[in-house]
Design a protein. Structure first.
Length: 131
């Protein structure tokens, strides 16, 4: 009788532990990529080798152009939002068109590398602020 009770307890404990293992395996996402090995480098090696290629910097003239494009877009958006003759759908459609026009002007003024660098910087700024 004691053997049966002990054996039943062992089976129940084993099943319980097995279920917990399955849950923990499901929670960890599987990825197809393999992480790069961590290599200890000396400070001199870190300084001499750049981590990634540097994108073309944005000139002061381009910064001014971007500010002007954003200023025009904000003014247009404010005008659309304050227009009482339009319903919500019409306002959304016009704002979308204004946004597309803004994107078109930005693409004309900047290289694809500069646009990507701006997007990356904006993304990093959002992540840093906790949004």
């Amino acid at each position: 009788m004691k053997r049966i009770i002990v054996l039943s307890c062992l089976v129940l404990l084993g099943a319980s532990a097995n279920c917990q293992n399955k849950k923990s395996k499901k929670q960890t996402p599987k990825t197809d990529t393999v992480a790069a090995p961590i290599v200890a480098e000396t400070p001199q090696a870190q300084v001499s080798a750049p981590a990634a290629p540097v994108a073309a910097p944005i000139t002061e003239a381009q910064k001014a152009k971007l500010k002007e494009i954003n200023k025009v877009f904000k003014a247009e958006k404010a005008r659309i939002e304050s227009d009482t003759t339009l319903n919500a759908d019409q306002k959304a459609a016009q704002i979308k068109m204004a946004s597309k026009e803004k994107s078109k002007k930005i693409k004309e003024s900047f290289t694809p590398e500069q646009i990507q660098a701006m997007k990356d910087a904006q993304k990093a700024k959002k992540e840093a602020s906790g949004e």
